[in-house]
Ligand binder design. Structure first.
Ligand SMILES: [Zn+2]
Ligand SMILES: [Zn+2]
Length: 275
């Protein structure tokens, strides 16, 4: 399949599935959010909370989509960034040839069996972006799980409140809807009162816990300046040649010096493989 599509890495085309599933989940959350809000206007009874939550939710959603696209189309593969590897050859980082894909590789490069190529500073292969998290898409990946986590948390809280309201006012809702039970639309509405919040709450909560776990793992990586691959490779962290316990420096290495851009997903510039 490689080389068939000259403009993007081949796996870009596979990302259509996770990307659509993201959009589907976002669409579902929005539908839940607004349908439930209009059916039960007292769910979010504070206008202040509404004014605060809705813009954050919109902003996060846009950021999730942008970071997801950057993550999927940015390749950290040696074949797409060969100049970085060649320019970096020095005493500490000797280049060699990968036995599996015949690309030039060095100590910070790892072969990914899913991408079937060598990846610079490979962190892990992520099925949600159908791509490897590596030197060039690390920032957008971290922001993807960061914004995803916040939106999932907002969803869980709002939907939990909805669920709580529905369970508390069970009788009232049943009485209100039962008059029109012959109508198929009302039958759907009445069953969705219970099933949608229940389903939505657990999906959102799972998504939040998942994103939060991944984020903690990434923060650990930033703290020690190591990738997940390097954590596996060097059981004793201090043996890793790139081990550097300096969160501030390591953070700036990935997110850049300019704090205004810290929350904006951009492609990482690789200054040096030594760092
Ligand atoms: Zn390789
Ligand atoms: Zn991969």
């Amino acid at each position: 399949m490689k080389g068939k599509f000259p403009f993007f890495p081949y796996y870009y085309y596979l990302t259509i599935i996770p990307l659509y599933s993201d959009i589907f989940i976002i669409f579902l959350s929005f539908t839940l959010f607004y349908v439930n809000n209009s059916l039960n206007p007292n769910i979010l009874n504070s206008q202040k909370i509404k004014n605060l939550l809705i813009p954050i939710f919109y902003f996060n959603t846009i950021m999730i989509i942008i970071s997801h696209i950057i993550c999927t189309i940015t390749s950290s593969a040696v074949i797409h960034n060969i100049n970085i590897i060649i320019n970096e050859e020095n005493e500490n980082i000797k280049n060699e040839i990968c036995k599996k894909c015949n690309n030039i590789k060095n100590i910070r490069t790892h072969h990914c069996s899913d991408c079937k190529t060598c990846i610079i500073k490979m962190d892990h292969h992520c099925p949600w972006i159908v791509n490897c998290v590596g030197a060039k898409n690390k920032k957008s990946y971290i922001l993807f799980i960061f914004y995803g986590g916040i939106n999932s948390l907002i969803n869980s809280l709002v939907i939990f409140k909805e669920f709580y309201y529905v369970m508390k006012n069970k009788e009232e809702i049943n009485d209100r809807e039962i008059a029109n039970i012959n109508n198929i639309y009302n039958q759907i509405v009445i069953s969705s009162y219970y099933t949608l919040p229940f389903f939505g709450f657990f999906c959102s909560l799972f998504s939040f816990v998942f994103c939060f776990g991944l984020l903690l793992n990434q923060l650990k990586g930033i703290y020690y300046n190591m990738t997940i691959v390097e954590f596996h490779k060097y059981k004793n962290k201090e043996n890793c040649p790139f081990y550097r316990k300096n969160f501030k420096e390591n953070f700036k290495e990935i997110f850049g010096e300019n704090f205004i851009l810290w929350l904006i997903p951009t492609i990482n510039k690789i200054k040096s493989l030594n760092n």
